[in-house]
Design a binder for this molecule. Structure first.
Ligand SMILES: Nc1ncnc2c1ncn2[C@@H]1O[C@H](COP(=O)(O)OP(=O)(O)OP(=O)(O)O)[C@@H](O)[C@H]1O
Ligand SMILES: [Mg+2]
Length: 234
């Protein structure tokens, strides 16, 4: 689904990613793991067109997208949920969800709202509440629900578990698993929380200082004591 080849990305004199290559297969959850500053966010921002690579290529379903602007990504089937759970706090939960469906026909958008509510029951209960009153977990569900309103084939998630209770993280990851199984969604999941991410992912890519140091089945990574201690912190 997503194929990254020799991607080098920097900020001025800083090189954040060095010749990174890996593939995220269709209908799988691929976790991108690594410590602070490993380059995970830079990778997602480059894939979604918010930052330009210095060299290398990015292909989405066999189409070169490394020159495509961020605004073109929804139409190409990609949705990006950045770090930080940004919602419009003054708007209601439902209004925030509807924003994710703009650009799609009104008649399909109504159906997608129901889908989002089916997926995240707590959002249905709070649909008329201002988004600013939601808990961290509810906000994370809202930003994922909003991204799904665009009906993406590829969902990019940046640190969805950050600061959430383990029970909520488990709930959100179980929902992701269900989406992949039921709808064939492809997910690129960036996480520092490697233990949780590997419990839900099919595949894992480990970055260290902008370089790929492992690219393996999730269960193989989770069973590799040396790698876990050196790079994954568990
Ligand atoms: N806007 C920027 N300008 C300059 N350097 C940056 C910028 N953004 C990131 N960097 C640098 O690029 C490297 C990778 O940062 P990045 O944010 O991609 O890491 P990360 O893996 O997402 O880290 P974290 O787990 O803390 O979110 C770091 O050395 C960082 O300091
Ligand atoms: Mg980051």
């Amino acid at each position: 689904m997503l194929s990254i080849e020799s991607l080098t990305v920097g900020y001025g004199p800083v090189t954040a990613l060095h010749e990174v290559s890996f593939t995220a297969r269709r209908g799988e959850i691929t976790a991108v793991l690594g410590a602070n500053g490993a380059g995970k966010t830079t990778l997602l921002r480059t894939v979604s067109g918010l930052h330009r690579a210095r060299s290398g290529s990015i292909r989405l379903a066999d189409r070169a997208i490394d020159r495509a602007p961020a605004e073109a990504m929804p139409a190409l089937g990609m949705a990006h949920v950045p770090e930080g759970r940004g919602v419009i706090t003054e708007l209601t939960v439902e209004e925030n969800l509807r924003l994710g469906g703009l650009g799609r026909a009104r008649r399909v958008r109504g159906g997608d709202l129901d889908l989002a509510y089916d997926l995240f029951g707590v959002l249905a209960d709070r649909r008329a509440a201002a988004a600013g009153t939601l808990s961290g977990g509810e906000r994370q569900m809202l930003v994922i629900g909003r991204a799904l309103m665009a009906r993406p084939e590829l969902l990019l998630l940046d640190e969805p578990s950050l600061g959430l209770a383990p029970r909520i993280v488990a709930q959100i990851f179980a929902l992701l698993r269900g989406l992949v199984a039921d709808q064939g969604l492809t997910v690129l999941l960036v996480e520092q929380n490697a233990r949780s991410a590997l419990s839900v992912a099919d595949h894992g890519v480990v970055l260290d200082l902008g370089r790929v140091v492992a690219d393996e089945h999730a269960h193989v990574l989770a069973a590799d004591d040396q790698l876990r201690h050196a790079y994954l912190g568990f």
